[in-house]
Write a protein that binds this ligand. Sequence first.
Ligand code: GLC
Length: 577
Amino acid sequence: MKNHLWSLLSVLLVASCGPQDQPKETSTSFEQTWWKEGILYQIYPQSFKDTDGDGFGDFQGIIEKLDYIESLGITMVWMNPFFESPLVDNGYDVADYRAVLPRYGTMDDFQQMLDGFHQRGIKFVLDVVVNHSSIDHEWFKQSRSSRDNPYRDYYHWWPAENGEPPYRHSLFDPEGAWEYDSLSNAYYLHTFAEEQPDLNWENPKLRQEVYDIMKFWAEKGVDGFRMDAFQFASKDTTWPEFPEGHEKDFIKWYGMRPQLHEYLKEMYHEVLEKYDVFAVAEGAGSTFEDAHKLVDADRQELQMAYHFESVDMSRTPDGYELADFKEVFTKWDSAFAENGWIAIFLSNHDNARLVNRFGNPDPEFRTPSTQMLNTFLLSMRGTPFTYYGDEIGMTNMDMPKIEEYVDVEAKGKYKAALAAGEDMERFMEILNYSSRENGRTPMQWDDSENAGFTTGTPWKRVNENYLEINVAAQEKDPNSILNHFRKMAQVRNENPVLVYGNYELLQKDHPTVYAFTRTLEEEKMLVLLNFSEENSSITLDEIGDLDQIVINNYPDLDTSEGSITLLPYQAAIVKIN
Ligand code: GLC
């Protein structure tokens, strides 16, 4: 975040407004920087590419695929945790923040991979998991060993002689967030699994340890930090009782607690401002105001955040409404039209696959609908976060039986549903559709055994559709999802209007078409997305003259008879004069 890297771009903008409102001219200045202009590709390292035959991805596998990654046109990579870990939550339970898990390779392999990214102009974002550690971390081993151990206050403890601690909800453990530990006759807090004890951010020593760890990785050359579950780091240590049922509003009660901003400011001064790095928060609080407090430049805290409202809208096989989709993205855009910056995503390692969630996975529509969604992602304001496999339209798995699930979250939810006497058939139907395991299957490279991911036994079953959906097949097809992604990435990289331009929603109530413009000074682009499997027509009065088609996932765009007719899941961007 070195200041000399920032330059000011003053642009005249038309303020965001609904189609009925009168556009008003406002003058806004944006700070231009690489992490706003970039496209981020998320790699789940366990499932990307295995080179030593143990069925588990590794650094050398990523090194082997560096040219492929570069060919996508992406400019940043975020990798899920690869630190020493017992893998109770696939690496989100860190046992040593300075060591890499040997199954991924050595620190030298890591460095070789990092250099490989940098040689290709790709920045690297580290996953920083410091709301909690693993129970196997040395800090926790010390902390639990006795009440007067110097590491005791690295975690939150409640002495058993004070009675039961006030109820705290756990996202993964149906029995709640306090775990009794007989070693010191006390309870420790864990917002996630019981093997993930929460670190005590109220302790300045712990905070310094974390800053040192971040500096350790910044010195190695990482360019950014993704702050895992960080909105939960601060706790109200007076431990008030929370009202019954409060957990339904989890972020409101557990997120953004009293001292969070103090800690983030300290982190900014201790770490972020000393390097050319940025930090992105997982989660953005529960209001726009919360989100602004995290990311507005003058706050000197974080630089970017991502919210969950988009993925929250489609967690069951019943689908979602396009009207809600437009509303969510439009309101977040307008809330950040002048200040602050957000990331845009539709899928990641905690979610089902993009095409199942928001598109149409039927073979007939899989290609255009994934292309349409990738066009959307890469044409919005905000830094696009795209997830490995979505560039080729990888789909959900079919996992109807709970025995096949390895994920700690899925198992916890199953237990909780059983205990609550829920309809388990419906529960499994929803889990099968929405489970994050869907998004963690091995990357489908080609049609050889195990999709070219490993020569051994993959840690997770490969999706059987790899024979049709794989990189090698799509490389050969100029109209594939993969090649469309590349074209679209190039369009974004070459057109600052898609990065900084003002967004305006058109025909808000159109039932099947999402149409909007992006405008930056004299440049204007019209984005047209058909979210349905039927042809859809839209009439856009006073839009100006349609000029050059910048990208289109069909050979033509029908603009005859005064309206535009889009084919099933057609996505096109057109310059406007
Ligand atoms: C975040 C991660 C998720 C993990 C959880 C606990 O939400 O994205 O994968 O299970 O934090 O670390």
